[in-house]
Design a binder for this molecule. Structure first.
Ligand code: NAD
Length: 416
């Protein structure tokens, strides 16, 4: 995919789908699935979760203009919040003028933890480390797929915890999970080696489970935003002040990072990721130095252009979980066109930075309500019962009056 798409937002649904179909090579069946009501029926939902009574669909949109590591992307986003997809596309449009997003990430190492109690931690640690080759071999016997790919359990480490119940040993398995999120294989390996570790240490294994704090799976990257496109030097300076506010104050940082997660979770939803795992790790990382802070950093280059940097753990997969099961996730993966978990992590990281740029640019200039209120007004007009061809006139009238409310939308609807 190598083309810039103009004014995607002004096109009809059919035109948008035609563009996506042409660029990504969607089949007729895939297009039909996209046009359906969310991709899964009750039968499939009933197999996914317990006590199912139905399905619940969300809007799926496409963020345009993204250039990440010199490659063009159409980025599918599943989100209910207005403005997010527009904000991402706008940020990407500005970033591409300076070459787009440059992202990189670590290998896909998950961390599995085995909690050992009722043991002498010091001597147990020594014994575990002496037997690490045998423990790794046993762990790797639990996944033929990873072993065949030269991936799987790679390292073992031990840490001592002081707790109210006394000392405990935490044995950590570092596992290269390839293109999967890897939760299940990590849990399987942890459970698989726990009896051997009990035998070696004479202790008792309590928990054997993946850590979602995936700090060996970081994504990071940067983008430069031309100062004139940002709105001039004053706005660049205001954005840096806004960043410094978030960097210094957890009350601001939580909202700042929530904006980042608007982008990240929307792409994660579209591609069938475990969004709770991504959120949990991101916020823990934001508090890694004991004080919750910004996941991004903003500064100026020597020419006064704005430079953004993002870094956070990113445990995602292109295989496993619902990724190859949910028809919409499969189609979104095809639209996105990533070939590995590593590439997906880079796209999601870039989206976080893009979203943060647009949010703080708006906050540091005209404020966010201006853009938000139009979409909010549309939702209110629809909620008041306006037909699709009537919504625009009600929205315009409410904006003109500066009175955007459900009551006013109802009044305008009834006055026609
Ligand atoms: P999964 O269980 O479907 O396993 C992935 C499979 O893909 C494995 O069987 C592996 O052998 C195979 N595979 C094929 N090609 C591969 C490749 N190139 N690289 C890696 N594996 C390849 O999925 P998973 O990723 O182990 O687990 C993800 C699911 O587990 C998510 O749905 C998540 O919500 C859930 N989960 C999460 C937690 C947690 O976060 N704490 C705990 C349990 C389960």
């Amino acid at each position: 995919m190598t083309e810039k798409i103009s004014r995607f937002f002004e096109k009809s649904r059919k035109e948008r789908l035609d563009i996506v179909e042409r660029i990504t090579g969607l089949t007729k069946e895939e297009r039909q699935t996209l046009e359906s009501l969310g991709g899964i029926g009750f039968e499939q939902a009933d197999k996914m979760v317990e006590n199912a009574i139905g399905t619940f669909s969300f809007p799926l949109g496409i963020a345009t203009n993204f250039v990440i590591n010199k490659k063009e992307y159409l980025v599918p986003m599943v989100i209910e919040e207005p403005s997010v997809i527009a904000a991402a596309s706008k940020a990407a449009k500005i970033a591409r003028l300076c070459g787009g997003f440059s992202m990189n990430n670590d290998e896909s190492y998950s961390i599995g933890q085995i909690q050992i109690v009722e043991t002498d931690v010091e001597s147990a640690t020594k014994k575990v480390m002496e037997t690490s080759a045998q423990i790794l071999e046993l762990a790797n016997s639990k996944s033929n797929t990873l072993s065949k790919m030269g991936k799987g359990a790679k390292e073992i480490s031990c840490k001592k915890l002081e707790t109210p119940s006394g000392k405990m040993l935490i044995v950590e398995l570092l596992i290269d999970v390839g293109d999967a999120m890897g939760a299940n294989v990590t849990n399987t390996m942890c459970e698989g080696v726990a009896p051997l570790i009990e035998q070696i240490t004479g202790g008792r294994a309590v928990l054997k489970i993946l850590s979602n704090y995936s700090t060996r799976r970081m994504v990071r990257g940067t983008a430069t935003f031309d100062k004139n496109e940002v709105g001039g030097e004053k706005i660049v300076d205001n954005i840096i002040l806004a960043y410094e506010f978030a960097a210094s104050d957890p009350y601001r940082a939580v909202t700042h990072n929530k904006g980042i997660m608007n982008g990240i979770i929307a792409v994660a939803n579209a591609t069938g990721q475990d969004t709770r795992a991504i959120e949990a790790a991101a916020h823990a990382y934001a508090a890694r130095n004991g004080k919750y802070t910004s996941l991004t950093k903003w500064s100026k280059d020597k020419d006064g252009n704005l430079v953004g940097f993002i870094e956070l753990p990113m445990s995602v997969g292109t295989v496993g979980g619902i990724i190859n099961v949910h028809p919409m996730a499969k189609i979104c993966a095809k639209i996105l066109g990533v070939s590995s978990a590593s590439e997906l992590a880079c796209v999601i990281g870039a989206m976080g930075l893009a979203q943060n740029f647009s949010a703080i640019r708006a906050l540091a200039s005209e404020g966010i309500q201006k853009g938000h209120m139009r979409l909010h007004a549309r939702n209110l007009a629809a909620a008041a019962g306006a037909a699709p061809d009537h919504i625009d006139s009600i929205v315009e009238q409410m904006i003109k009056e500066g009175n955007i409310s459900i009551n006013r939308a109802k009044e305008l609807l009834n006055s026609d």
